[in-house]
Design a protein around this ligand. Structure first.
Ligand SMILES: O=P(O)(O)OC[C@H]1O[C@H](OP(=O)(O)OP(=O)(O)O)[C@H](O)[C@@H]1O
Ligand SMILES: O=c1cc[nH]c(=O)[nH]1
Ligand SMILES: [Mg+2]
Length: 210
């Protein structure tokens, strides 16, 4: 598993505002989109392309086009939906699939309440979006759905992660092509399974349900 933790002052600055408890939902939403734009740049570094011959007004040249089949972007509802717009702005031709998951706040186990993915993902590059990687249970379930359908590689973009969740995913995906791109790697999980220092419940903060 490859892990890339962003190291850029603008990402840390935007995350600082996001984490602040008084930041209201509209600002939280726009910062989330800005952060995805920045993280997606790194996450799509390995996107598959093919040469394409074009003519500029001045001369013919060989450029690059995205390869077929196009990448699949999968936000994990609810909170991952807040990252979708930022990602598809960067790759407007990507296809989008959806996974709805919710973590039981007592057992910390995820359940899937919605799934709308292409049946056959053979030869597809997949990009999963979820702001929070806490115990890793939700992201691992999403990664397993994609590999079970034939995906060859999965890249997840998360704003924050806990070391415990990252280690759990690494252990459970041995031998698979998995990349995780993070805005920051936080300190630990607390007794309620929340990332510390974290930002609280991302879904509630995005959609104002606190
Ligand atoms: O790593 P885990 O321990 O599985 O926790 C992370 C999950 O928890 C949050 O979703 P939540 O269950 O709160 O659903 P929501 O997006 O609808 O708020 C978050 O968006 C992740 O999907
Ligand atoms: O810190 C956490 C952990 C799980 N889900 C969240 O939204 N935040
Ligand atoms: Mg939530």
């Amino acid at each position: 598993m490859r892990v890339h933790v962003a190291d850029h002052p603008l990402i840390t600055q935007k995350l600082t505002v996001l984490r602040e408890r008084t930041t209201p939902s509209p600002i939280f939403r726009s910062l989330t989109e800005e952060l995805v734009n920045l993280l997606a740049y790194e996450a799509t570094r390995g996107v598959r392309t093919q040469p394409i011959d074009i003519e500029t007004p001045v001369a013919p040249m060989r450029g690059l086009a995205l390869s077929e089949p196009k990448p699949l972007v999968v936000p994990i509802l609810r909170a991952g939906l807040g990252m979708l717009e930022g990602m598809v702005k960067l790759m407007p031709t990507a296809e989008v699939g959806f996974l709805g998951m919710v973590r039981n706040e007592e057992t910390l186990q995820p359940t899937t309440y919605a799934e709308r993915l292409p049946d056959d993902l053979s030869d597809r590059q997949c990009f999963v979006l979820d702001p929070m990687l806490a115990t890793g249970g939700s992201l691992l379930a999403a990664i397993n759905y994609l590999f079970d359908r034939g995906a060859v590689d999965v890249t997840a973009i998360c704003l924050l992660a806990a070391p415990e969740g990252l280690a759990a995913i690494e252990k459970a995906t041995q031998g698979r092509d998995v990349t995780i791109v993070l805005g920051a790697l936080d300190d630990h999980l607390n007794e309620n399974g929340y990332i510390v220092p974290g930002l609280g419940d991302a879904g509630d903060r995005l959609y104002g349900t606190v």
